[in-house]
Every structure is written in structure tokens, then in C-alpha cells.
Design a binder for this molecule. Structure first.
Ligand code: GDP
Length: 295
């Protein structure tokens, strides 16, 4: 994950190795390399610039004390800024309710259905809850079938209505089913489109209005770089979601989405998904991610 960004940052810090102290000149050179590395990792220029301006301010005037070298000092400053950029603390996730309703939204192919399965599996195994999955994509029978298969695989009930073309009704019926079966979490997998589309947004907004979810998770493919951030903005403007799920972190992702989304929409990343298997879901911790980026 983020290999190229990690290598480039390491290269930037290396330029400080052997320097006895932090100077304006060596800060400027390092900071410039860090900015280039971020931009090449698909971080928006404005965010990268603001980031490196902060790093520069912090580094300027810092004294290199005994054990810590200029390069170690710079690594620490960059790490602290990365953590802050990604939201500092791990965000809370609210799965309490009678039942708790969680709405999953995003573009087609982003990994919504796979994530819905993984979330149900996580809630069942890690939090000992009893979730139910809802197939609310009424346009693609294949998506319903995919969810049914995942549900079977993880031993979670899937609410399916093959003949019903009204996703709001399906969601409401599923909540009633959950109540009658004593299930405490309802995960609604909505329909996506290949690109931002007014009809899709209206449909998800209608489901939101009807079921009043306590979490709306926006799922985005981290491989899509700056597009991921633009898509997040469009969904957030319309849905005011509560958190982001970054998928496909097992692929050759450059890192831009992970680093820019919180800044752009001011919503936390809550989960990261890295694989097609049901147990490849993790709660997102900014500190751990920063550590991984810095190697
Ligand atoms: P949806 O259209 O948003 O519901 O997306 P799907 O859940 O059907 O996922 C689209 C494709 O991406 C499928 O082939 C999934 O197996 C794959 N996929 C989903 N999440 C991940 C992930 O975290 N890593 C990888 N490598 N593939 C994923």
C-alpha cells in the first residue's frame, strides 16, 4: 500500500541524513520533495501545499536536541501532520439501535456490496451483534444475488424482494423483518451508478429520509485517486454522510484518497477494506496509517 509515496518520502528524509542541523535551506529542499511526493500520490495541490507549509513552519526554529537528528525530527513532524490530516483519532461507529440502520452508498463498482458483507461479518464476529443485510439495488438482479451469496457465506440473513421495484419499501420492510426477528442492525446496500447521477442521488436520499439511518457510509474505490475525492464531495453535498469507507487498499493505490478525503468533506474515514475475502476489513486508525506510510 502506498509504496511509491513511502519511497518518495523516505528519499526526501534521506536528503537530510548527514546534516548536523536543521537549516532554512535544507528544510526548503526537503519540504519541496515532500510536496512533490504528495502531489504525485494524487493529493490535491492545495492540500499538499498547506501540508508542507505547516511542516516547514514546525521545522523552522526547531533545535536538534541530542539524540534526534534532523531527518528523525522531520519524520516526526511529517508523521504528526499526516495523522492530523487523516483525522487524529479513530472515528466512532454507531451500531446501537433497535434496530440500528446503516445505509451504504457509493458508485457502482466501488465495493459497496462486498463491504456490506464484510461489515455484517465484522458486526457479527467482533461486536457480537445480529445484523441483517438488505438488497436495495432493484436494477441489478446480479447485485441482489451477490449479496445473497455473501450472506450465506457469513451466515447472515439477507432481506430480498425480487419483484419489488421500490427500494424505500424494501428498506422499510427489512426494518420490520429485523424487529420481528430480533435483529439489531440493518445494513442497506443501495444501488450505484457508474458516475454521479441525479436519479441515483434522489433514490438514496429518499431511502435516507424514510429510514433515518444512524450511519450513512460512503464507499469509495481508493484506486480512483482525485476522482474519489470529487465523488465524495458530490455524495456528501447530497447525503451528509457520517463516514467514509476506502476500498481496494490491497491494490496499487497511491494514497491520494486516504490523505485528501477528510480535508475535503470533513468526514472521517471509518473503515478500510483490502481484499475480496470477508475478513479483510479494518477500522481506520489515522496513526497506524501514518506509520504505514512512513514505513
Ligand atoms: P458495488 O458495485 O459497489 O456493489 O461493488 P462490488 O462490491 O460488487 O465490488 C466490485 C468489484 O470489486 C468486485 O469484483 C469485488 O470483488 C471487488 N472488490 C470489492 N472490494 C474490494 C477490495 O477491497 N479489494 C479488492 N481487490 N477488490 C475488491
Amino acid at each position: 500500500m502506498f509504496e511509491s509515496l513511502s519511497d518518495r518520502l523516505e528519499g526526501a528524509f534521506k536528503s537530510l541524513k548527514g546534516e548536523g542541523r536543521i537549516t532554512e535551506l535544507n528544510i526548503a529542499t526537503t519540504v519541496k520533495e515532500i510536496r512533490r511526493a504528495l502531489v504525485d500520490a494524487d493529493v490535491n495541490y492545495k492540500i499538499a501545499k498547506e501540508f508542507t507549509d505547516k511542516v516547514k513552519d514546525k521545522a523552522t526554529g526547531e533545535k536538534v536536541i541530542n539524540a534526534i537528528s534532523p531527518s528523525q525530527l522531520m519524520v516526526k513532524i511529517v508523521k504528526d501532520e499526516l495523522v492530523e490530516l487523516m483525522g487524529n483519532e479513530a472515528a466512532s461507529f454507531n451500531a446501537k439501535g433497535a434496530p440500528a440502520v446503516i445505509l451504504i452508498a457509493g458508485l457502482q463498482g466501488s465495493g459497496k456490496t462486498t463491504f456490506s458483507g464484510k461489515l455484517a461479518n465484522y458486526l457479527k464476529k467482533q461486536l457480537r451483534l445480529s445484523p441483517i443485510l438488505v438488497a436495495a439495488d432493484v436494477y441489478r438482479p446480479a447485485a441482489m444475488e451477490q449479496l445473497r451469496v455473501l450472506g450465506e457465506q457469513i451466515g447472515v440473513d439477507v432481506h430480498l424482494e425480487l419483484e419489488n421495484k421500490n427500494p424505500v419499501e424494501i428498506a422499510q420492510n427489512a426494518i420490520n423483518e429485523a424487529r420481528s426477528k430480533n435483529k439489531n442492525v440493518v445494513i442497506i446496500d443501495t444501488a450505484g451508478r457508474l458516475a454521479i447521477d441525479e436519479a441515483m442521488m434522489t433514490e438514496v436520499a429518499n431511502i435516507k429520509a424514510a429510514v433515518n439511518p444512524q450511519e450513512i457510509l460512503f464507499v469509495v474505490d481508493s484506486m480512483t485517486g482525485q476522482d474519489a475525492v470529487n465523488t465524495a464531495k458530490a455524495f456528501n453535498d447530497r447525503l451528509d454522510f457520517s463516514g467514509v469507507v476506502l476500498t481496494k487498499l490491497d491494490g496499487d493505490t497511491r494514497g491520494g484518497a486516504a490523505l485528501s478525503i477528510k480535508y475535503t468533506v470533513d468526514k472521517p474515514i471509518k473503515f478500510i477494506s483490502s481484499g475480496e475475502k470477508m475478513d479483510t476489513l479494518d477500522v481506520f486508525y489515522p496513526e497506524r496509517m501514518a506509520q504505514r506510510i512512513l514505513g
